[in-house]
Design a protein around this ligand. Sequence first.
Ligand code: OAD
Length: 239
Amino acid sequence: MSTRPYSKIVILTGAGISAESGVATFRDPKGIWAEYDYQDVATPEGFSRDPAKVLEFYNMRRKLHGDVKPNAAHVAVSRLEAEFPGEVIVVTQNVDALHEAAGTQTLIHMHGEILKRLCNACQMRETWHDDFDANAQCPSCELRGTLRPDVVWFGEMPYHMEKIGAHLESADLFISIGTSGHVYPAAGFVAEARRSGAHTVELNLEPSEGASLFHETIHGKAGTIVPAYVDHLLEAATR
Ligand code: OAD
């Protein structure tokens, strides 16, 4: 393991960090995309074709998210932010609220948040914990049928890309946790960080699609390997 001193860490997380909290991943054999066709439930075209189906899918997922708790990996990421003597930025592809629940402060939700909804007509955003249907009325513009979950679908631009690019450029350590590396632009962050001179580390259950792009890879369950890696980083930083 590299023990060079770091001053700025960017952490990218994906569904694998929430797996041990009971949130389904996407591409595992029992993952969400084994049960649903993403073109039906996670594209703007799918939403135009059948808004009721899409809203039902997200109502179901929102309900499941209501009961989940952060696991040891979320807690370790939050501890790193609190105790590391430099900057720590967490960029997540996850729409759950488990990083926040674990206490992470500097967090970028690049694929949006399942506990928010967005009006396609007036861009109103609000926190929303309940079901809603295709007839729901926007509290701001008062139109009906314009509300959608505030999540980024395939074919849409993820949020905060400029800010993320700037963080990757100035990071000296990039850590990817629990992501299969199938979905861009997130899958390209390791190459961006490397170009800027960062050391890059993958922490995942198994080698991801882009595993060979990382300087270091550690494979195992996030709830075990993330706390161990955070201990190692904090020990090296305070040595
Ligand atoms: P995936 O489901 O593609 O990948 C999850 C990764 O986590 C896999 O490589 C698993 O091996 C790994 N994994 C599973 N359990 C783990 C555990 N306990 N500890 C560590 N790793 C574990 O999920 P993402 O890469 O997050 O986007 O998917 C990226 C995007 O694709 C999502 O944000 C979503 C999806 O379609 C949209 O819906 C737009």
